[in-house]
Design a protein around this ligand. Structure first.
Ligand SMILES: NC(=O)c1ccc[n+]([C@@H]2O[C@H](COP(=O)([O-])OP(=O)(O)OC[C@H]3O[C@@H](n4cnc5c(N)ncnc54)[C@H](O)[C@@H]3O)[C@@H](O)[C@H]2O)c1
Ligand SMILES: [Zn+2]
Length: 347
């Protein structure tokens, strides 16, 4: 692993040591309104005296991953006299770490930064893999850098204040990790009642391990990293159309439905046992039964066809031959995709 990832008590200890040893001129915390209240306040209490520090606060939500907000943050750092020996601490979900990574990577040609991911999604996904970025209007992550933080600190207790839907959205990515890489882990995750309970540190760690292994072998996404796209070809299309319809799905909700659909396609096109595929799709469906597919199926199909993995008019999917076994670059005909979308709508 290129940067250390530390958990819970070890994380706090390491962060204190890191600050003491590095002698930063100033520590800047980037938070959003929610993580300010729920995460920064208790964290500062626990850390005690930190020396010179400042807090940069953004509004919660995807809209903050914008060039305008990035410019405001550059100006704020400059006004507050941040220099090359300053540290940026990203304390928040994926929005904070994507934006904060860009900020740290560009201010004065780069200052050091660490991430404290505070959502399930950002702990298991956004905090690993070195992707940072902002959106250009509706174009997601159109501008960004591949850049790793100095450290990632994963505190399970941050998840306690996370709303249920956000927690379940991250859980969908965890289910994906099980499905693409580890059958036992997948089964274990299904036992978790995400409505009532938090994923524990052991589970979060397992997901991070799976993602890290894939990313380590393929940092710039030339091949293997595509296995992380399971559930996402269809999922992204459902997500996009749900936004167009004004009834936005959370990313993980769309991915959960996308995985259900791609499990059905796996039975048809990747040799997965049909009963196993149906059962797996239903188990995901049990956790996401209140999430609905909105929009015209034709429109959803059109968006699937725009996926950047496609070549020469053929539509490519990452599918499974079994839980834990991935098959990449499978061509799937439009009619089959359309049928699956119809099934998801009637689920
Ligand atoms: N860089 C990557 O590899 C990568 C991977 C996946 C997703 N992402 C990006 O991450 C973003 C989504 O991340 P996210 O799901 O973490 O969303 P987010 O950062 O918007 O957080 C979701 C909501 O939860 C709130 N919140 C965060 N932590 C909380 C806590 N501990 N208690 C209470 N509320 C809390 C936030 O204020 C926000 O309202 C997207 O922009 C996506 O593109 C990046
Ligand atoms: Zn995802």
């Amino acid at each position: 692993m290129s940067h250390p990832i530390l958990f819970d008590e070890e994380a706090i200890q390491d962060f204190q040591d890191y600050l003491n040893q590095s002698g930063f001129s100033k520590v800047f915390f980037l938070v959003d309104e929610n993580t300010h209240e729920h995460c920064l306040v208790p964290l500062l209490q626990e850390l005690g005296e930190l020396g010179e520090m400042e807090v940069l606060e953004i509004e919660p939500g995807e809209a903050s991953k914008s060039p305008e907000v990035l410019v405001q943050l550059w100006m704020a750092l400059s006004d507050l006299r941040a220099d090359r020996y300053s540290l940026l601490v990203n304390l928040g979900g994926g929005v904070v770490s994507d934006l904060g990574g860009m900020l740290a990577g560009t201010y004065m040609r780069g200052i050091p930064f660490v991430n404290f991911p505070t959502t399930v999604l950002s702990q298991v996904d956004a905090s690993v893999g070195g992707k940072t970025g902002i959106n250009l209007d509706h174009l997601k992550n159109r501008v960004g850098l591949f850049l790793n933080p100095e450290r990632v600190y994963v505190l399970n207790r941050f998840l306690e204040t996370l709303p249920f839907e956000e927690r379940r959205s991250g859980y969908a990515e965890m289910l994906k990790h099980g499905l693409i890489a580890d059958r036992e882990y997948w089964k274990q995750l299904l036992q978790l009642n995400i409505k009532e309970a938090l994923p524990d540190t052991i589970m979060i760690r397992k997901s991070i391990e799976i993602k890290s292994k894939v990313v380590e072998k393929d940092f710039r996404e030339s091949g293997l990293r595509k296995i992380l796209n399971f559930g996402h070809t269809l999922g992204h299309a459902l997500e996009t159309v749900s936004h167009e319809e004004g009834e936005p799905l959370l990313h993980g909700e769309a991915v959960a439905l996308g995985m259900m659909g791609e499990l059905l396609l796996s039975a048809e096109f990747a040799g997965m046992d049909k009963e196993v595929a149906e059962e797996a799709a239903h188990r995901i469906g049990d956790h996401f039964h209140d999430v609905e597919v909105t929009g015209d199926p034709e429109r959803i199909l059109e968006v699937v066809k725009q996926d950047k993995k496609n070549r020469k008019g053929e539509i490519f999917f990452t599918l499974l031959s079994d839980p834990g076994m991935v098959k990449q670059d499978i061509v799937v005909p439009e009619s089959a995709i359309f049928n699956v979308i119809m099934r998801l709508q009637a689920w």
